[in-house]
Design a binder for this molecule. Sequence first.
Ligand SMILES: [Zn+2]
Length: 247
Amino acid sequence: MMKDVNIAGALADLYTLQERDQELDKIKEQQQQLPPELVEVREKWAELAARLGQLKERYLTLQREYKQNDLEIRDLTTKRKQAEDEQMQSSSVREQTQFENRIQQLSTRIDELTELTLPILEEMEQLAEQIQALETEMAAIKPELDALEEKNAERVARLEEEYQAKLSKREEMAASISANLLREYQAIRRARKGIGVALVYAKGSVYRCSACSVQLPTHVAQRVYQGQQVVRCPSCGRLLWKGPQED
Ligand SMILES: [Zn+2]
């Protein structure tokens, strides 16, 4: 029976194709699996970078506060100088007293602001030291991180080369399989964890789908063994193949 040979043969080819597809999937998985040392150093780097970011942000906030206070102190100092000049030029006792009060007020405010500015400057100084220490720590890790990244990039590239070589062989093989069957297989594979065609295995008179383990009704198993049509597992929907045995 010509048809029998064709279907069984096509499923056998499809099964071999699936083995290649699974190999390809495995290479893609390996590409994603990062070496533990790289993961560790990347995490450490990210942690330091996050802390550095926080410190720099705090530093900028303080710097803005400092500049604002400084501007206000300069402004008040100018005003006090003006008041002092005007006081010197005035001959009225009443005006003298008014200027005296004004100068006193300005001086009090300048002192307050100066006192507020001191702890800001102190914190800025501490922050600058911490920032420098962190930057030094990061600079010390950088060569190790770069080396690990480079090694990993090489590893991924090697796997990619292997992948592309295997992929072109796979495509060559796929070209010999009927387009409809291939499409069906690929759709099932996508939906069903990478397995589109499953073996039937027999234990005594019990037949099971090797992918989902469901027990197949006898008439379904018979149709698979007859190999005259494409049969799908009634439970998982995968294409069923009787396997390489001759019977
Ligand atoms: Zn199944």
